[in-house]
Design a protein around this ligand. Structure first.
Ligand code: MN
Length: 192
């Protein structure tokens, strides 16, 4: 059975960019419900003792497993999203990752523009990601609903949740302002 992973900071740590109120709903209600639903769906199935990543890969694209995929991927995506942010985050990464971003996007500003465009243009619910492919090349990806880069053999480095529940209490319809705050003040480049 899966449990809600510990949030890597206090629930007010990302203020004023993400309020404690948003984190309480997002982490304690939304994220928790994906974990709870997944546990209910896999009880007594072949997926019961699998690691989360394996459940995601095994159920992706198979219509009969859509509810399991959705909840497993959302459980993973949210755990990854919390780790993609930190208090006093934002700005540029250091060393090799910055060099790789400049090599693959032309400049750090180009990367930011591309990431922001992906996040803002994702129609409806979804995610924007910075990913590395198996050759080490970086790219920006947007995915719908629960979809996740692991399914495509890509290695995610950071993500931002652009479901409305991620920003509506703080930014209402202004998704672009939320993504801008994520890039300038929250994104966690440490350990990458
Ligand atoms: Mn979410």
């Amino acid at each position: 059975m899966f449990t809600l992973p510990k949030l890597p900071y206090e629930m007010n740590a990302l203020e004023p960019y993400i309020s404690k109120n948003t984190i309480e709903f997002h982490y304690l209600k939304h994220h928790q419900s994906y974990v709870d639903n997944l546990n209910k769906l896999i009880t007594g199935t072949e997926f019961e003792s699998m690691p989360l990543e394996e459940i995601i890969k095994e159920t992706a694209g198979k219509a009969q497993y859509t509810p399991i995929f959705n909840n497993a991927a959302q459980a993973w995506n949210h755990a990854f999203f919390w780790k993609s942010m930190t208090k006093n985050g934002g700005g540029e990464p250091k060393n090799q990752l910055l060099a790789d971003i400049v090599a693959d996007f032309g400049s750090f500003e180009n990367f930011k523009t591309e990431f922001k465009n992906a996040a803002v243009s994702q129609f409806g619910s979804g995610w924007a990601w910075l990913v590395r492919n198996h050759e080490g090349k970086l790219s920006v990806l947007k995915t719908a609903n629960a979809d996740n880069p692991l399914v495509y053999g890509l290695h995610p480095l950071i993500t931002v949740d652009v479901w409305e529940h991620a920003y509506y209490l703080d930014y209402q319809n202004r998704r672009a302002d939320f993504v801008e705050a994520f890039l300038n003040h929250l994104v966690n480049w440490h350990n990458l």
